[in-house]
Design a protein around this ligand. Structure first.
Ligand code: SF4
Ligand SMILES: [Zn+2]
Length: 146
């Protein structure tokens, strides 16, 4: 039988479900902002690994689970298939990485590839890289909605 005990410690309990699943007719920019907020909650969640494992192995199609959205989980499933990693294997902490800029521990899917580094990933997470490459004049408008 599946163990649901991890849900008792979920950092998202009490949060609005829309934050994790979105609303009908949600547009891409809104989705990006919403997911960024949800991922911040996941990044602090003590049961993130169990949550992500559940969503990957089930597989759960919709919503943000364990810090990953649908597309990121799909990519993670493909990665597992390529490397013969069982879907039921708990994500190792190696599947999370601390971003050099925001200092948050995030799923490796949030980092771009960079062959220069031993782990083959960028030092900073994608949002931090994007933020750094956005001109200051364009930043305030996106940050005011975030
Ligand atoms: S990892 Fe995210 S979605 Fe999963 S239980 Fe924790 S806060 Fe909720
Ligand atoms: Zn970052």
């Amino acid at each position: 039988m599946r163990d649901w005990k991890w849900q008792e410690e979920a950092a998202c309990s009490g949060e609005n479900l829309v934050l994790f699943f979105g609303s009908d007719n949600e547009r891409q920019p809104e989705k990006g902002i919403r997911e960024r907020k949800a991922k911040e909650i996941c990044a602090q969640c003590p049961v993130r690994s169990a949550c992500l494992l559940y969503a990957i192995s089930e597989p759960v199609k919709y919503g943000l689970w364990g810090g990953m959205n649908e597309d990121e989980r799909q990519a993670e499933r493909r990665r597992r298939m390529r490397h013969n990693i069982p879907m039921a294997q708990a994500p190792a902490m190696a599947e999370f990485k601390r971003c050099r800029a925001c200092r948050r521990s995030k799923p490796v899917g949030e980092f771009s590839r960079n062959a220069k580094h031993d782990d083959g990933l960028s030092l900073r997470c994608r949002p931090c890289i994007e933020k750094a490459s956005t001109p200051t004049w364009a930043r305030s408008s996106t940050e005011s909605v975030a």
